[in-house]
Design a protein around this ligand. Structure first.
Ligand SMILES: Cc1cc2nc3c(=O)[nH]c(=O)nc-3n(C[C@H](O)[C@H](O)[C@H](O)COP(=O)(O)O)c2cc1C
Length: 156
């Protein structure tokens, strides 16, 4: 039987709500990607030039993730959700995907943002997703419905 995982990173809950809706609509398992150490509210205050998120991004730092999916081998489809940060996926998402071999899996990306379009998000994450060609990347509106997202996911 085919098994689906929805893995997501979310700093302020928007992508988390989207991921939960998508997982429910697909009957998929859910996994939260976290940074190590986890981000505090002050860490992701991107309006503050000295905030951790800005230091990491402009300092081109690696951002380790906390924990992982023990049974990744069991999933045929993996949907990865995140907020768009600086026009692409947050660097912690690269650290998450780098842990696995995605050979034989269908991979789709979904994102939330204030205004940025999906842009080059797929192309930038692709080198960090070993073994799979990412099928698609979509930026959904922050209030997208589970059905809307599931329709996209089922078409991949
Ligand atoms: C560090 C940081 C960088 C961001 N960069 C962008 C951006 O480039 N474009 C954009 O439209 N929104 C940007 N945002 C806003 C988030 O993408 C948006 O608020 C998102 O829906 C939040 O999702 P979340 O609650 O799952 O973290 C940024 C937010 C943070 C914290």
């Amino acid at each position: 039987m085919s098994k689906t995982l929805v893995a997501y990173f979310s700093a302020s809950g928007v992508t988390k709500a989207m991921a939960e809706k998508l997982a429910k609509a697909l009957g998929a398992d859910l996994f939260e990607i976290t940074a190590d150490p986890p981000y505090s509210e002050a860490d992701v205050n991107w309006k503050n030039p000295l905030a951790r998120c800005n230091k990491e991004w402009f300092g081109k730092k690696k951002v380790p993730c906390g924990g992982g999916v023990d049974n990744m081998g069991e999933y045929d489809r993996v949907f990865i959700g995140f907020p768009i940060w600086y026009g692409c996926a947050p660097v912690v998402v690269n650290s998450f995907t780098e842990q696995y071999d995605f050979t034989g899996k269908k991979v789709g990306l979904f994102a939330s943002s204030i205004s940025s379009k999906i842009g080059k998000t797929l192309e930038k994450l692709q080198p960090h997703v070993k073994g799979a060609v990412i099928a698609d990347a979509v930026r959904f509106p922050q209030d997208a419905s589970g059905e809307e997202m599931a329709q996209w996911a089922e078409k991949l």
